[in-house]
Design a protein around this ligand. Sequence first.
Ligand code: ADP
Length: 476
Amino acid sequence: MRILMACAEYAPLAKTGGLADAVAGLSGALYRRGHDVRVLMPRYGVPEPEGWSVKPDRAGAEPYIELLAPEPGPRVFLQETPETHANGAIYTGDDRDAPRFLALCRAACAMPDALGWRPDVVHCHDWHAALVPALLERDAEERAPPPRSMLTLHNISYQGNFAESVLADCGGGDVVALAGDAGRANSAVSFLRIGIERAGLVTTVSPTYAREIRTPGEGMGLDAALRERGESFLGVLNGVDYRVWSPETDALIGTNFDSARPEGKQDVKRALCAELGLTGDRPVLGVVTRLVEQKGVDLLVDALPALLERTRACFALLGSGDPALEGALAALAAAHPERIAFARGYDEGLAHRIIAGSDLLLVPSRYEPCGLTQMYALRYGTVPVVRATGGLADTVAHFDPDAGTGNGCVFEHADPEAVIWGVTTALGWYEQGDAWRELMTNAMAADFSWDRQAARYETLYGALTGAGSSGGGARS
Ligand code: ADP
């Protein structure tokens, strides 16, 4: 099957969070299952990572630039137009994002003609590509029906809402007509709503999040549009690319280990503590996250004084975002340098080392569409302590030491007391050696491989195109 992925992020080329990992993981798995997968994303004006290069022969198909990856995989095209650059930033978070992603949507629609390659399915990710289904349908020639379309919602709080005047000013006057009455309320046009209404199928990244966002309490204004889609809106859990996130092969963690040789984890932990200046010989709790309200980091900030007092744990924290949260974490770390380390910024290597070397990983999200770090943590024997929401609830089961079941610690409420309960409960298990070993074994047995989850998407593509679910013959 020919599949075009239209997206804003793709690891390792452009990443601010899970979207990049998810699109790259799914695309790679589909490629290995024998499909012709191509990816289109904007060129942000950032240098290509090591091993990647621009294909010299551009075959006169501007604005599409093909990148050559270090290994065989999906073909990646960048769309380069004046709108795509914003000083190397992936998002500006303001009206300047409208022309950039409008340009991406138009480029995705024009790509089949420009490259002489007609996809069976255009799979659009998040609001950045959400206009594609409606544009394809509108511009279809009578004799050539448009490719089928799918929209995946990685996080519905980012909707791409712009005033009609903003769109009109950047040549998007026609987009206003694509929005239904609800989409034009308050004279703002929502890219995401248009996609939800018009895509052939709509998916999101976990079954629980799919249920949650159908409700007014969590649907961020889009719940009615999602309910309207009935069975053509569903949740498919994200997967993990274990080629990138596996303790036995991870090149970024210093010492490799696996469930048969778990001792190596202690070396990674020792090196992590030394790197961050933390006291050794104590349980380490890690956090790797964007610092935004969604992630509940403020709950940790409020819980930390009590956790310092009531437990002997150290805290290895990495993140960037909200300056108030950055300031609060930096102040706590400065006051307790041997127990709390806070690295401000985005650091792929340190993210791997914290996830691999910590004993616990805390994810106290208010809501979480899927969440990847808890799935990564499981594989490294790092026990996740999570709030029961979205994909966290679908991937982490509360440990029962008597029955020996469960792979982490799950708490209910989005408040500091619940965080304290979750962390102290998990630390209680840590202090009982046998229970902890059992819990670590359960955690490391988790298998959320993309290879398996990609088969779910394959079935959905098949349903969209009426082609059944056959691939093109697996590549090894
Ligand atoms: P979200 O997409 O909402 O940010 P996910 O858990 O789905 O959350 O994905 C987060 C991804 O981003 C993970 O790969 C995580 O390791 C990475 N990440 C988040 N913050 C940082 C950071 N400060 N430095 C490095 N990687 C980060």
